[in-house]
Design a protein around this ligand. Structure first.
Ligand code: FES
Length: 167
């Protein structure tokens, strides 16, 4: 059986167009994912090094980083809070949830707290319309979020951090 290829390309051979595996670009996403997992973001320097390593233009690396929401070129907080802003969530009050987070964290959406603990973002659909307003805290989905519960949620994350630090 032929091994699977994540990215294919068309080349001309003997006057015919054939589909072959683009091994260079097939490696790009796993490499980016690895840097993202280890550092939490992919710096300009990382992108340049990856481009050099794979022999592709840095702009190509940058365009992949900025295309996927799970990759980021900016350093984010230890905890990433994403509030879904698709229509069902807006109708169920996501704007109020955002305001509650902004107030509790003393930042605006899109910003990171000064201590580097929290980044607040809006995001598109997270597949939780039946439990809107919904958010993602790091990789965890949380549904039916009430603005009044936001402070407690943040306190819980902060306490978890202190507990870990004591161990
Ligand atoms: S349509 Fe966005 S959560 Fe379902």
């Amino acid at each position: 059986m032929k091994p699977e290829c994540a990215v294919e390309k068309i080349i001309e051979e003997g006057g015919k167009k054939i589909v072959v595996c683009d091994t260079t670009r097939a490696r790009l996403l796993p490499v980016l994912q690895d840097v993202q997992d280890r550092k939490g973001y992919i710096s300009d320097k990382d992108m340049q090094q990856i481009a050099d390593m794979l022999g592709i233009h840095p702009v190509e690396v940058y365009s992949v980083v900025t295309f996927y929401s799970f990759l980021t070129a900016e350093k984010k907080g230890k905890h990433l809070i994403r509030v879904s802003n698709c229509m069902p969530n807006v109708m169920k009050g996501s704007e109020k949830v955002i305001k509650a987070f902004e107030k509790a964290l003393k930042i605006k959406v899109g910003q990171t707290t000064e201590d580097g603990q929290f980044t607040l973002e809006e995001t598109g659909c997270i597949g939780m319309c039946d439990r809107a307003p919904a958010i993602m805290v790091d990789n965890e989905l949380v549904g039916n979020v009430k603005p009044g519960a936001v402070k407690k949620l943040i306190d819980g994350l902060s306490k978890a951090k202190k507990k870990k630090a004591k161990k």
